[in-house]
Design a protein around this ligand. Sequence first.
Ligand SMILES: Cc1ncc(COP(=O)(O)O)c(C=O)c1O
Length: 373
Amino acid sequence: MIKIPPFIQQLKPYKAGLSIEQLAREKNLTRIVKLASAENPLGPSPMAMKAINSSLTGLHRYTDPSSYNLVQAIAKKYGIQPNHIICGHGTDSLLAYIVSAFTTEDDEIITSEGTFIGMYVSIRKMGRKLIQVPMNNHGFNLDGILKAINEKTMMIYIANPNNPTGTMIDRKTFESFMDQVPNHIMVVLDEAYTAYASENESYPNGVAYDYPNMVVTRTFSKVYGLAGLRVGFAVGPDHVIEALYKVKLPFEPNNLAQAAAIAALDDEAFLKQTIELNKQSLNILYKCFDDLGIEYVRSHTNFILMLMPTEKFAEEFASGCLNRGLIVRHVDTFGIPQGIRINSGTIEETEFAVEVITKEYQKLIDKLKHPVA
Ligand SMILES: Cc1ncc(COP(=O)(O)O)c(C=O)c1O
């Protein structure tokens, strides 16, 4: 019998929601709108799609393990030395590499409750001890994290802005936190939603710092619309990046992902259109929540966290929306049992979402007020 380590036995396999096709088939629905995975409703960057088409003839070749051209493009765009950059198969993959390269089994990693589930999984699947500090007003409690540091702490993970709460840590708070973190502890700053937050003057742009103990991750999955392609990058001190190259699978990200990411970086028009649509869509959703009296957290991302009265209510709300063709995310597994995350959509998708949310929320509120005896 093969022995499975206890920390692997305790993991729950990733539970993907029903696919749009499956849902249509099973529920006999004619219209389905998916606003559950914080994707770009406009689709992929058009420049990226063009680059993919022109790269197809090179698919018989192995990928460049150093992502030379993509690294150069990122270096130029952000004014960073190329040896401070590594590209990978999405942020998820890079986070797993970061945990495996810089911690050992006896180490502890501190983060927050209610943050990105992918990091919880990366920590647990390697048998590292995960310390989750309670949130402060739905945001990272950095003072609480500092207080939780002990001699076993080797890493701290922060998502700014955070998923699934959408909250942002401002520059002053972030810099004061970094000043207090001991230099031997690595701070992982996940900036998956940076493009949505950067208009805010007090947003700290992680790649502009050169802390000796910080690594910043970015993704092409969100604002560039390339979630299905899997490509992201990390920025950090040269010796940290060198160590990450030792654990990275050599041929990631793949050829098409590298080419698409290079093109997407320059697709300013698409970026602008994405940010503009996001604002419009979120404003429509905010108004809907205000009208219905739904509690929510103001967002600096492309999604909003709604707070339902109870966990059961949230569960029923998500499945009720699903039955009406709207896919939203119940974020209980992120540690927010009464939370529902919905991301921005096209205007038509958002209007459909408002319609469904209104019907479902009112139905459940009525049920709450008038329970059947
Ligand atoms: C905070 C955060 N980090 C990382 C990721 C994963 O990004 P990627 O698609 O690059 O793996 C997500 C995706 O939702 C996220 O919300």
